[in-house]
Design a protein around this ligand. Structure first.
Ligand code: BG6
Length: 481
């Protein structure tokens, strides 16, 4: 394990830094997981000095980590912080940063959470000031491009100064404990893997539903839309973890090799089938959680074509998944916030119970807000059954919160920041994965354009446009709500 002695945060005064990165680093520090001498140097355009940045961080801790800035633990963390104001276009500023950081010879972690337009100048500045040495690791936060071409351009620019093994592309879903638990469920148990194929599985559903709307991210979201904001990254990573072959080892090469094979096997949703296999929607006014909310266009202040909901019927063209649809669905302003994967097994080949209804088994993997895994099984209803055995569906429940009650649930970024500092890229996205993801997404968008598809309205607080229901019902499948 090669722990770097300094971490530089670009975009240190921004939203992600205050909500997630600083609280995560604090969480790690409080549990003595950071290298004792690690220095954290924040940088952004804002003109602050170290004490101004510590005050900003202290506020972030009390708001987002529920910690009093005056406790001994918080103080110890704040003492690690330093700050250098920086304009990415000014080479002198990078020299000043390098002087404060003390170079990169002994190792450096850099976390870029800035506008993508600043990636190029920042990489150039790091290289020119000697901060991109061969002991520097670079973490990149999304958006990493808006299509395959722009993503390639970013990757090329980054690779002028950093080889792939020192680039850590973030998909924060991979930092979620529950997402990693998918690997434990599949490959730490004998039970599921023999059944994890088209022979026993009828279809898979992946839903990531959100209740929030635009949240003030007007220009970003308007440019992006649900497909690029959520499917291109988080949902395709979930799909890859569900569908991949067992890797030989739990390491960065083996796991990512298997994921990328799945991504390359995705059947294109293109001009020929986009209208059959995809649905897009945009929320109008309605109510979420009992409160009235505006429609997307009203929040934005003008009409827009951006989709805030997308549902897809995907196929993975390989032996294991032949003929098994993967239904994906995500959207803003839906009735509840949850992320769930449903593995719908096939019916038993022959029922010995005559007319008694037999529901095929279903594995429900709830990733958030609460973490649990439920296997829905048929069981005999207690009774003398003089008119025949009666069965009922009952859940076999693994409540992770109960099983691991004494373990603190960590923010996804705690895992990812620690892995960056310690140099483990397993939970970061490799270039070939990102590019396979974009290639698939670009084809869908091209299909939408060619077919003249427009986002259909859906009321805030509903499960998207009616067409999303029709997408699965046509196959005799209902979404698991
Ligand atoms: C981000 C998206 O990547 O993920 C947001 O940009 C979305 O639009 C968020 O709200 C969801 O993350 P989580 O961890 O709240 O499920």
């Amino acid at each position: 394990m090669d722990r770097t002695p300094a971490l530089v945060l670009f975009g240190a005064t921004g939203d992600l830094s205050r909500r997630m990165l600083l609280p995560s680093l604090f969480g790690l520090d409080a549990d003595d997981l950071l290298p004792p001498a690690l220095r954290i140097v924040g940088t952004a355009r804002r003109s602050l000095d170290a004490s101004g940045f510590r005050a900003l961080a202290g506020e972030a801790l009390s708001r987002f980590a529920g910690s009093e800035p005056r406790t001994e633990t918080a103080q110890r963390f704040l003492d690690r912080l330093d700050y250098v104001p920086l304009d990415a276009g000014d080479p002198d500023h990078f020299q000043h940063l390098a002087d404060r950081v003390g170079g990169s010879d002994t190792g450096l972690s850099v976390f870029l959470s800035t506008a993508p337009s600043l990636f190029g100048p920042t990489i150039a500045g790091l290289a020119a000031s000697g901060l991109a040495g061969n002991r520097t690791r670079l973490a990149l936060e999304k958006p990493l491009g808006g299509d395959l071409a722009s993503s390639r351009a970013i990757n090329d620019a980054v690779q002028t100064a950093f080889p792939e093994e020192r680039i850590f592309r973030i998909d924060h879903y991979l930092g979620k404990e529950t997402v990693q638990n998918l690997l434990a469920l599949r490959f730490g148990n004998m039970l599921f893997e023999p059944l994890w194929t088209a022979a026993a599985i009828d279809h898979v559903q992946i839903t990531v539903s959100e209740t929030v709307g635009l949240e003030g991210r007007v220009s970003y979201y308007e440019d992006s839309g649900a497909l690029r904001d959520m499917v291109q990254n988080h949902m395709l990573q979930l799909l890859a973890l569900v569908a991949m072959e067992p890797p030989a080892r739990y390491d960065a090469v083996a796991v990512r090799d298997e994921k990328v094979k799945v991504l390359h096997s995705l059947r294109p949703i293109d001009r020929s089938n986009a209208t059959m296999h995809s649905v897009i929607g945009q929320y109008t006014s309605g109510a979420v959680g009992g409160l009235p909310v505006q429609g997307y266009a009203e929040e934005l202040g003008r009409a827009s074509d951006t989709e805030t909901f997308v549902a897809l019927k995907a196929h993975i063209d390989n032996w294991r998944w032949k003929g098994v649809p993967f239904y994906l669905r995500t959207g803003k302003r839906l009735p509840t916030r949850h992320s769930e994967i449903i593995i719908q097994f096939r019916a038993v080949p022959h029922s010995i119970f005559g007319a008694a209804g037999l529901n095929p088994n279903k594995l429900v993997i709830r990733l958030q807000p609460e973490e649990n895994i439920r296997l829905l099984m048929m069981a005999k209803q207690p009774g003398l059954d003089r008119e025949g055995v009666r069965l009922r569906e009952v859940p076999l429940d693994i409540g992770m919160a109960n099983a691991f009650a004494d373990t603190r649930r960590r923010i996804a970024y705690e895992r990812l920041l620690l892995d960056l500092i310690e140099g483990d890229p397993t939970l970061f996205v490799r270039r070939d994965e990102v590019e396979a993801q974009w290639a698939w997404i670009d084809t869908i968008r091209d299909g939408w354009r060619a077919a003249g598809m427009r986002a259909k309205p859906y009321g805030a607080g509903t499960w998207g446009p009616a067409a999303a229901i029709a997408l699965t019902e046509r196959d005799g499948v209902s979404w698991h709500d």
